[in-house]
Design a protein around this ligand. Structure first.
Ligand code: SF4
Ligand code: SF4
Length: 415
């Protein structure tokens, strides 16, 4: 029974990877997104130096009833991760009700916070809620640096918040070894000129606070995610790049040192190119791997225009509608030097690699299971090939390239 379940799990996982690849090639959703990102409020009690959100005028927020209906729709489509974000999402009075509503078997609920709002009572509420992951925005390893960016006393409050949370997650049986009940705590740090030297100390701090990961992202213009911010006092200039590279080397060593306890997410090459204003191409899956909803209920793929509103439109219909293909095409052709790793889906970038990874993963299975998986993969790819039908006119198109690769894979499978 276990072997059958394992076979199905592997097949479903790789089928999904293939479908994302084909979806992107065809500007057509063939599978539901991985994540629903709900910006439940743009309100925030802080005025961080690198942020534009707090400068915007307050606008009406979607009501709980609309959000609940939308969550239902997303989950019934097959979406597995519901991410609550802001502003400061914890400022919403009904946030715990929404989290618990979304949390169902197989669904991961996650939230990000500045941590300045979590007193002991709120920490206990979080630990008792069905939240699975909470990430804190921490940009300095000490009060002086962090408070410079985010305001007086914010570092101290955020650290106390994490301490309270660690205490209550143990008290309510949600520690590291509690498997599907675990409450993961993480940190996210923005890389800027003033905190660059502190990145290794930030990784140490995250380890000390028992975080499961820390992610480092370069400073961006959060009015336009990929636009550089040269001439901003927080921007890292060319003369500082060699030092930034050394710091990434230190972080890479720490990544090895902490593996097994904490993951360190860095993207040295892209970050350096981003600060240099050099272009690089992304295989961007925005438009395929998640849906973003703003506080007014407008749905978008994060980038480019909205394609509907949760108060009046059906997510499933819009997601698979031909019309959204135009926005997806713009995303696919986007040449911005973007560092939004949440729009990446590296496991779907290349069908040959998907096939190789599948082959590696099945090696430990029985001969029978391996044959069954290879047969299923071959049939699936053949059916995709049939569905894609005739090759398009343009012999250089990505679809033709993909079909050719597919052909080779099928031939190798046939032996
Ligand atoms: S906490 Fe987040 S949303 Fe609030 S001002 Fe700071 S960066 Fe912006
Ligand atoms: S690469 Fe993707 S996520 Fe980045 S700006 Fe372009 S469309 Fe948006």
């Amino acid at each position: 029974m276990v072997a059958v379940e394992k076979t199905e799990e592997i097949l479903n996982k790789y089928k999904r990877d293939y479908l994302f690849n084909f979806s992107r090639l065809l500007n057509k959703a063939m599978v539901e997104p991985d994540m629903l990102q709900l910006m439940v409020t743009s309100r925030c009690q802080l005025q961080c130096k690198m942020c534009n959100v707090w400068k915007q005028k307050f606008q009406e927020e979607s009501g709980a009833e609309d959000i609940r209906r939308f969550i239902d729709e997303a989950i019934s489509m097959g979406i597995k991760t519901i991410y609550f974000t802001g502003g400061e999402a914890l400022l919403r009075k009904d946030i715990f009700e929404l989290i618990d509503y979304a949390a169902r078997p197989g669904i991961v609920t996650t939230i990000n916070t500045n941590g300045a709002f979590i007193n002991e009572e709120t920490a206990e509420k979080i630990a008792r809620s069905k939240l699975r992951n909470i990430s804190f925005s921490i940009d300095g390893s000490n009060p002086k640096t962090h408070n410079f960016f985010r305001g007086e006393g914010v570092f101290e409050k955020a650290m106390r918040s994490i301490e309270f949370l660690n205490y209550y997650k143990e008290k309510y049986g949600r520690g590291r070894n509690s498997q599907d009940k675990v409450l993961d705590i993480a940190m996210v740090s923005v890389i800027m000129k003033k905190n660059m030297e502190e990145l290794p100390a930030l990784a140490d701090l995250a380890r000390k606070m028992d975080c499961c990961y820390i992610a480092f992202q370069p400073l961006v213009n959060n009015g336009d995610l990929s636009a550089p911010l040269e001439n901003n006092e927080l921007w890292i200039e060319e003369k500082d790049i060699p030092r930034l590279q050394q710091i990434f080397d230190i972080l890479a060593a720490k990544k090895k040192q902490f593996s097994g306890f904490m993951h360190i997410d860095i993207m040295p090459e892209k970050t350096i190119k981003h600060f240099r204003g050099e272009g690089f191409e992304n295989t961007c899956f925005a438009g395929f791997n998640r849906i973003f909803v703003n506080p007014q209920g407008d749905m978008s793929f994060v980038c480019f225009q909205a394609f509907g509103n949760i108060k009046k439109d059906s997510l499933k219909q819009l997601w698979y509608a031909e019309d959204t293909g135009k926005i997806r095409e713009m995303i696919r052709n986007c040449k911005k030097s973007c560092t939004q790793f949440c729009s990446e889906r590296s496991q779907s970038d290349d069908i040959s690699l998907i096939h190789e990874q599948l082959e590696t993963e099945i090696r430990s299975l029985s001969q029978d299971a391996q044959i069954a998986i290879r047969y299923a993969e071959s049939s699936f790819l053949q059916s995709m090939r049939d569905a894609l039908n005739a090759k398009p006119e343009d012999p250089d198109s990505d679809i033709v390239n993909t079909l050719n690769k597919l052909e080779n894979i099928l031939n190798s499978l046939r032996g």
